[in-house]
Design a protein around this ligand. Structure first.
Ligand code: 5RP
Length: 226
């Protein structure tokens, strides 16, 4: 395990403190969330009684393989706490998410959560969002149209591909446009402009959603509040 991965595991370990018996827990996606799901699975095997709602097929499969009971929004409309990673964390806990391609379900899960806790290593902290390309999930048929409209906003979209060259398809059957935005000075305004484009399903700006971020380095764990 390298030092960033160890820091992610430390943050995930700390996040367990926000989970208790009887809770419905939103399960994020990505490498930090994977640490959390594995640690949570170990607690479930020791007797912790929780139910999970997963934000991706990968996280659902992992949780099930660890005997974490999985439910969906037919069984509940609220989640007690969601633990999920982030690609960038700016002041006010403004986030970019979607590096792992699960931003749509992640945002649905976060939106239903009473408490949304971000877990990350300290490399994710930024002064301004935008160094990490903003992932935008789009309907495949609309992708060229949406890309042209995003370009007109001054941002530079690229269709996400797997390393072997095929297009990346989300759990909901859509494409991801990774958008080079440069420094995002007004995230609310960008979010509104992107949301207004027909064919955009969701974007990776998570604004006013996170309650707390657990950010870890090898040496220390910081708790950042909104
Ligand atoms: C997936 C995400 C992840 O939470 C984000 O990419 C962070 O991933 P990692 O924990 O692997 O650094 O938004 O869509």
């Amino acid at each position: 395990m390298d030092s960033a991965d160890h820091a992610k595991e430390l943050a995930a370990q700390k996040a367990l403190e926000f989970v208790s018996d009887g809770m419905i827990v939103g399960l994020g996606s990505g490498t930090t969330s994977t640490h959390f799901i594995k640690l949570l699975g170990a607690r479930v095997q020791q007797g912790l009684k929780i139910r999970g709602i997963a934000s991706s097929n990968n996280s659902e499969q992992l949780a099930k393989s660890l005997s974490i009971p999985i439910i969906d929004f037919h069984q509940t409309s609220t989640i007690d706490v969601t633990i999920d990673g982030a690609d960038e964390i700016a002041p006010g806990l403004a986030l970019i998410k979607g590096g792992g391609g699960a931003l749509l379900r992640e945002k649905i899960v976060a939106s239903a959560s009473k408490k949304f806790v971000v877990v990350a290593d300290s490399s994710k902290i930024v002064a301004h969002l935008g160094k990490f390309p903003l992932p935008i999930e789009v309907i495949p048929m609309a992708a060229p149209l949406v890309a042209a409209k995003l370009s007109a906003l001054g941002i530079h979209p690229a269709v996400r591909h797997h390393p072997e060259g095929t297009e990346y398809i989300t759990d909901e059957g859509n494409l991801i446009l990774d958008c080079a935005c440069g420094q995002i000075l007004d995230p609310q305004s960008l979010a509104a402009s992107v949301r207004a484009i027909v064919g955009v399903v969701e974007h990776g700006l998570f604004l006013n959603m996170a309650d707390l971020a657990i950010v870890s380095s090898e040496r220390e764990i910081q708790l950042l509040h909104k």
